[in-house]
Structures are given as C-alpha cells and as structure tokens.
Design a protein around this ligand. Structure first.
Ligand SMILES: [Zn+2]
Length: 246
C-alpha cells in the first residue's frame, strides 16, 4: 500500500503537463510547416512564370532575327528590280518578293502575338510577386510568434522531464511498472480521479462500494474494473467545489 497517493497524483499531473507541452511543440512545428508551404507555393509559381517569360523572350528574339533576315532579303530583291532584263526574270522576282513579304507579315503577326502574351504574363508575374511578398511577410510575422511559443514549450519540457523522472522514483516499483506499461500501450493518463462516481479515464460508472472505500481513505487507490487505471478520490477538490456552489 502507498503511504500517500500524493506522489502518484503529482506524477499524473506532471505527465499531463508534459504531454500537453509535447503536443503543443509538434502542433507548432506543423503550423510553421503549413505557413512555409504557402510561401513555397507562391515561390514555385513565381519561378514557373518567370521561366515561361524567359521562353517567350527567347522565342521573340528568334522571330525578330527572322524578321531582319526577311527584311534584308526584300531589300536585296528590291535592289535587283531595276536590273531585270526580261519578263521571265520579272516574274521570278515578283514571286520571290511576294513570298518574302508574306513570310514577313506572318513573322510580324507572330511577334505581335508573342508581345501580347508577354505583356499578360508580366501582369500575372507582378500579381504573383506581390502575393509572394505578402505571404513572406505573413510567414515572418506568424512564425516569429510561433517560434517564441515553440521555445517556451521546449523550456517547459526541459523542466517537466526531470521532474517526472524524480516523481517516478517516489512511487512504489509495482505502480511504476504499471504506470509505464499503461503509457507504452497508449493510455496517457494511467492515474485518474473519480469524478461523478465514475472513472474520469474511461467514464464508466463505478460501484458505490469502490467509491465509498476510496472516499473513506483518500490515501488509498484502486484499479478501475473497466480500464484498470489507478483511481483515487479527489477529496479536497470535491469539498472546495461544494463550498463554492453553496
Ligand atoms: Zn476506467
């Protein structure tokens, strides 16, 4: 039998605090990750659109180059016109000029189309860029708070862990083993108070005999018949509650 159940209750409370801090730490890490993913998405889109812009620019350069070639060809053909000696040469020159002008027209249309696409893309990039800046600022603001919270959780864990180990040494070995076994199998609260004549761990209504026994002896403990958690009767809290509601 325990001399007093207090170390076990202290252990249970410390563990609960510790679990809350550990949960909060991983929750914060996830929040930071999520905030970063928004920035990453904008960054990715920004890079993608910039690549598209580069592609359009180099395509435009090629078209401009071809336009220059056609213009030079037309100039040369025009220069040759006065030197034409017969109908046949005239017909060939005419066809060549017509083809060159037709191609030039197509290239100019193409360049115009590319320029328009580029203009639209530039507007899009501008919007994405401001969204990126905005999300980056939001990320900095949000995470500075989150990082501070994370640091606090870290400090709390650093304090609670040794306290937990100290308290664990104070409880009898068999209870310590039970406690560790429970936590290993996922029961995070192996010790819990009786609340409303029920186990506060699994919420099963307890036999009046068990409740009465623990009520009569606040230093004693019993296992819940349903979930086998260690039960204790929170005498002080009950009295205080009754006093405040009265
Ligand atoms: Zn139970």
């Amino acid at each position: 039998m325990l001399q007093t159940i207090q170390p076990l209750i202290d252990l249970a409370n410390t563990d609960l605090d510790l679990q809350t801090s550990v949960f909060s730490r991983s929750h914060l890490a996830r929040q930071i990750e999520t905030a970063r993913s928004v920035v990453d998405q904008h960054q990715k889109l920004f890079e993608q659109k910039n690549n598209e812009h580069e592609l359009l620019t180099s395509e435009g350069k090629e078209v401009k180059n071809n336009i220059q070639i056609q213009e030079q060809l037309i100039m040369r053909l025009d220069e040759q016109v006065p030197k034409i000696r017969n109908e046949k040469e005239f017909a060939v020159s005419k066809t060549q000029l017509e083809e060159a002008r037709k191609l030039l027209g197509l290239l100019e249309d193409n360049l115009l189309e590319l320029d328009m696409k580029k203009e639209d893309l530039e507007l899009e990039i501008e919007t994405i860029n401001s969204e990126l800046t905005e999300s980056n600022t939001a990320f900095q603001q949000e995470t500075s708070g989150l990082l501070k919270k994370q640091e606090r959780a870290e400090k709390k864990i650093a304090k609670l862990e040794p306290r937990r180990n100290r308290l664990l040494k104070k409880v009898p070995l068999n209870i310590k083993r039970f406690y560790e076994r429970c936590q290993e199998s996922g029961i995070s609260t192996p010790v819990c108070a009786i609340q409303d004549k029920s186990c506060s761990g699994c919420h099963m209504v307890l036999l009046p005999q068990l409740v009465n026994e623990l009520m009569a002896n606040p230093n004693a403990h019993k296992n819940c018949p349903n979930c086998s958690r260690i039960l204790y009767f929170p005498e002080v809290e009950e009295v205080e509650e009754e006093a405040s509601t009265a």
